[in-house]
Design a protein around this ligand. Structure first.
Ligand SMILES: CC(=O)N[C@H]1[C@@H](OP(=O)(O)OP(=O)(O)OC[C@H]2O[C@@H](n3ccc(=O)[nH]c3=O)[C@H](O)[C@@H]2O)O[C@H](CO)[C@@H](O)[C@@H]1O
Length: 348
């Protein structure tokens, strides 16, 4: 029997980085670990830069798109590839951070009798998590989620595994090519960038540039256009993709989407944030649920309508000290270890 543990999940940063963090902990504890990502996902670009053994398999979107032959075909090919990998590698356990990219391997493993642990990042279970939860041995959660009795018995709140790297503030700003001395507002659109933040924020933040500087992460897709439009505005730096730990270490305030990873990093680095969650029709309400979890605990402010931007930003500045305390209570430090422990509990 092999000693291998397979970690799977990706597509976007929010699903990939927590899997990577847990994989690294599992490896540091002496386990043999390999990563299984989706062809075309963010991980297909990032895994070759690291030192974890990895495999890429097809993965189709698990939505109504699945009914389209091209997407449905990908789902089927993903399951066939996953089954082939399991037969070849015979892992002791599979950890999946769910999402469409974490689905094929975990699903095939459940049917092959390999112990599976899933991790749901958001404050509610997504589709892949709901499909996998019934047969998963353990369900790791970022925050408490209301579940039926059977699922609750197998679930544990472990937090969201973040990359636990902190840099000194001035050094982080220097490394990002920013003014080391001026307070920084970080705009994070998430791993793919946010068109809404790209459209709304440069103009609205202009009056604050001078007293503050801005680092706006706009998404690789929009980088060229955003650079052309704003590169010459002094104190307003635009980047397609940034080094997450560096950007959070450099920031004093943030304006962000409400992806689970973004929120967990804001908590880890204690950066008060103004949240602009994705509209519920685009993600089944996951970001709204995440944002409310933080706002109810006084850790973030939610923007409800751009007409209130100025008021909300001022609220963020004035309430920052109490928000930092609330964020410290929500810090996910140690989450990667707790998730790794769940996996080792069930590994054969
Ligand atoms: C549109 C969409 O479906 N978004 C989902 C996706 O978000 P998304 O992939 O945007 O994820 P998150 O906000 O959760 O996390 C983004 C991660 O990527 C990193 N990062 C991002 C940009 C960058 O330039 N550099 C960088 O390192 C961040 O530091 C963070 O670790 O997965 C999340 C976790 O399941 C969900 O909560 C989100 O709803």
């Amino acid at each position: 029997m092999s000693h291998l543990i397979l970690v799977t999940g990706g597509g976007t940063g929010g699903h990939f980085y927590p899997g990577l963090a847990a994989a690294q902990v599992l490896r540091s504890l002496g386990n043999e670990v390999a990563y299984v990502g989706a062809e075309g996902g963010l991980e297909a670009r990032l895994l070759p830069q690291g030192d974890l053994p990895y495999y890429l398999i097809p993965a189709g979107k698990l939505s109504r798109e699945m009914l389209r032959p091209a997407e449905g075909g990908k789902v089927v090919r993903g399951l066939v590839s996953a089954r082939g990998l399991l037969r070849r590698l015979r892992p002791r356990a599979v950890l999946s951070t769910v999402g469409y990219a974490g689905f094929p391997l975990a699903f095939a493993a459940e049917w092959a009798g390999v112990p599976v642990v899933i991790h749901e990042q958001n404050a509610r279970l997504g589709l892949a998590a709901r499909w996998l939860a019934a047969r998963a041995q353990r369900i790791g959660l970022t925050v408490p989620v209301a579940l039926g009795e059977q699922l609750a018995a197998r679930s544990r709140v472990v937090g969201y595994p973040v990359r636990e790297i902190r840099h000194e503030k001035a050094e982080a700003r220097r490394a990002l090519g920013l003014d080391p001395a001026r307070p920084l507002i970080l705009v994070m659109g998430g791993s793919q960038g946010s068109l809404e933040l790209n459209r709304e924020l440069p103009g609205r933040l202009e009056p604050f540039v001078g007293e503050y500087q801005v680092l706006h992460q706009c998404g690789v897709r929009w980088e060229a256009q955003m650079q052309a439009e704003h590169a010459r505005t002094a104190g307003y730096a635009v980047r397609g993709f940034v080094d997450g730990p560096l950007a959070w270490s450099a920031a004093d305030f943030a304006i962000t989407r409400a992806g689970a990873g973004t929120l967990a990093e804001a908590a880890f680095h204690q950066v008060p944030s103004l949240l602009v969650p994705l509209p519920p029709e685009l993600d089944g309400g996951a970001q709204q649920a995440n944002a409310h979890f933080y706002a109810q605990r006084g850790a973030s402010v939610i923007l409800e309508g751009w007409e209130r931007f100025q008021t909300k930003l001022e609220q963020l500045f004035t309430q920052a000290p109490t928000m930092r305390n609330a964020l410290a209570q929500l810090s996910p430090a140690g989450a990667a270890h707790r998730l790794a422990e769940l996996v080792l509990e069930v590994a054969r």
